[in-house]
Design a protein around this ligand. Structure first.
Ligand SMILES: *Cc1c(COP(=O)(O)O)cnc(C)c1O
Length: 374
């Protein structure tokens, strides 16, 4: 008897949200309007009153943060090789130069010692990524930024609901960028939001969001910066409002599932199977993903195939960015960031989503053990 397919991620949209989206579709106002404003207001309140603007992806959210920070040609921005390629692409997109710093093998986040070592006279910003929702050491990050006069654009795409020593990610820090893409802890189908520092930055972000336009009076319109078309729709914002109401429950559920993963793997798992579990952090991380690093004796492709034979979906987050053709053409080479290359080769994402059950966790763990035992 085959058990049903267990995906590694799955969005859950409740009926009230589906009904609210129908209402928007019937309302005659389907682009950016009152729902976007309401969503931004709720997010701002959640982030301690800081200004928040929404966009149509987490990618353009980071790009706009870089533009608001005034980063462009001639500037270097330090980031991690282990992220979705968007994190580095936006640096190139604004004309700046991506500089990578290798990761910490335990947290799988950017190694802050290596960030400091990579700083030059041209460095303008750091983009840390909170992989799977686990933040970096925020005190250390901002100490480095202050010491060297750098801006920080936090790629917190995966970290909504995460915190640092009791403070919400987004409620502290410089620019903080989130994604609402379908696989994230809460979704707008596609979308993102940026937490900014003040009203001037928020106004500039609004201009970059919509063709650089400033409006005044009934018919006043002017354009003084080159903006694009990055606004969120009221349809998406309505999904976001419906999802946002469940954020705390979702985070709590994920933390419990993560705890159950650890309990089911058992304390001997790493020693017995040669695989590496994530950091067992149940205070700061929102458990966006539960990732393990496989032993070198099995290839990831073989592992994924054998898990799929057991009807379990496995994700892959992420291939090291510097080894993509575009980045090799820009001078990056194999061997430059050995920890990222090892983790990037062997990391897998196990099933984790808010309506998953403890039985699902047990099924996934039993399958991992069976596949690694072969
Ligand atoms: C999802 C994600 C992005 C991109 O967000 P989109 O909304 O898909 O554009 C960037 N960085 C990280 C770490 C992500 O997980």
């Amino acid at each position: 008897m085959t058990e049903p397919f267990l995906p590694f991620s799955k969005p859950t949209i409740d009926e009230a949200t589906i009904a609210a989206v129908s209402d928007v579709l019937r309302s005659g106002w389907i682009t950016s309007g009152p729902k976007v404003q309401a969503f931004e207001a709720q997010l701002s309140e959640y982030f301690g009153g800081r200004p928040v603007r929404t966009f149509n992806s987490g990618t353009c959210t980071m790009e706009i943060a870089l533009r608001v920070a005034g980063i462009g040609p001639g500037d270097e921005v330090i980031t991690t090789p282990i992220s979705w390629v968007a994190t580095a692409n936006v640096i190139i997109e604004v004309g700046a130069t991506p500089v990578f710093a290798d990761i910490d093998p335990v947290t799988r986040n950017i190694d802050l010692d290596k960030v400091e070592a990579a700083i030059t006279a041209r460095t303008k910003a750091i983009i840390p990524v909170y992989l799977a929702g686990l933040p970096v050491d925020m005190d250390r990050l901002y100490a480095i930024a202050r010491k060297h006069g750098l801006r920080v654009i936090e790629d917190a795409a995966q970290a909504l609901g995460s915190s640092w020593n009791g403070q919400r990610i987004g409620a502290i820090g410089d620019f903080v960028s989130f994604s609402f893409q379908a696989n994230k802890n809460i979704t707008t189908s596609e979308g993102g939001c940026l937490v900014l520092n003040d009203a001037d930055e928020a106004r500039l972000a609004e201009k970059y969001r919509l063709q650089g336009v400033t409006r005044s009076g009934f018919d006043g319109i002017d354009v003084d910066v080159l903006g694009g078309k990055f606004n969120m729709t009221d349809i998406a914002a309505t999904i976001g409002l419906g999802q946002f109401a469940h954020l705390e429950a979702i985070t709590a559920k994920r933390r419990n599932l993560a705890k159950h993963y650890f309990a089911t793997f058992g304390t001997e798992f790493e020693a017995q199977y040669g695989a590496q579990l994530p950091v067992p952090d149940f205070a700061n991380s929102n458990w966006h993903m539960f990732q393990i690093v496989l032993p070198e004796r099995i290839t990831r492709a073989e592992f994924m195939e054998k898990m799929l034979q057991r009807n379990i979906g496995i994700g892959y987050h992420y291939p090291p960015i510097h080894l993509f053709k575009l980045y090799l053409e820009r001078g990056f080479k194999k061997g430059m960031f050995p920890i990222s290359e090892h983790v990037g080769r062997q990391i897998v994402t196990l099933p984790m989503f808010s309506v998953m059950t403890e039985q699902d966790v047990e099924r996934a763990v039993a399958a991992v053990k069976a596949v690694l035992q072969q």
